[in-house]
Design a protein around this ligand. Sequence first.
Ligand SMILES: NC(=O)c1ccc[n+]([C@@H]2O[C@H](COP(=O)([O-])OP(=O)(O)OC[C@H]3O[C@@H](n4cnc5c(N)ncnc54)[C@H](OP(=O)(O)O)[C@@H]3O)[C@@H](O)[C@H]2O)c1
Length: 175
Amino acid sequence: MNKPEVILIAAISIDGFIAPADKKTLSSTAWTSKEDLHFFVKKSKEAGTLIMGSKTFETIGKALPERKMFVMTSQPERYASYEDPSLSFTKATAEEILADLSNQGCEKVALCGGSHIYSLFMQKGLVDRMFLTIEPFVFGEGIKLFSGKNEQKFELISQEKLNENGTLVLEYAKI
Ligand SMILES: NC(=O)c1ccc[n+]([C@@H]2O[C@H](COP(=O)([O-])OP(=O)(O)OC[C@H]3O[C@@H](n4cnc5c(N)ncnc54)[C@H](OP(=O)(O)O)[C@@H]3O)[C@@H](O)[C@H]2O)c1
C-alpha cells in the first residue's frame, strides 16, 4: 500500500500509561512537561497532518494551528458545528485515510492517540516510527499505550533527555 510515513507521538508514564486512571487528581498538564509540549508542537507541525480519535479530540476541543487534523469517529455528524477547514471528522478506515492522504501528496502523518487509535494502527502494522516521551511518573493503573495482542519489532534510533527531571524522548523505527 502506498501510504505516508506514520509517526506515532505519545507521552507515557514509566509504567506505560498515556493517562492516569483518575485525571482529576493528575491532569495531563500535571504529569507531562512543558518540554514535551514543545516537542509535540514541533514534531506535529513538521508532519503537518494529524490523525486522532474522537476522545482525544474532545480533550483538545479545537483545531491546532498550522496542522490539518483528521478525527476518527463513527459519528462525524456529531461534530457538524466545527467549521474550521483544517478539521475533518471521518468514519473512513485507517487504510482509507492513509490512501487519501497519499493521493493528496502527503508524505508524513502524526498519529496522536489515544489508546484506541494507537492500537488500531499498530495492529494493522501501519506505524513506521514512534516518538515516546517517558515522563518520570508511575500511575499503577490508567489507559495503556497499546491494548490487544501485538508483536512487532522496533529499533531504537535516538534518545534525548529533555529536562533536569529526566523526561526522555525515545525514537523507534520499525525494522
Ligand atoms: N499521553 C498522550 O500522549 C496521549 C495522547 C492522546 C490521548 N491521550 C489520552 O488518551 C485518552 C483517550 O484515549 P482513548 O483510547 O480512550 O480514545 P481515542 O483513541 O482518542 O478515541 C477513541 C474513539 O475514536 C472513535 N474510533 C475508534 N476507532 C475508530 C474507527 N476504527 N473508526 C472510526 N472511529 C473510531 C470512537 O469514538 P466515536 O464514538 O466517536 O465513534 C472511539 O471511542 C484521553 O484520556 C487522552 O487524554 C494521551
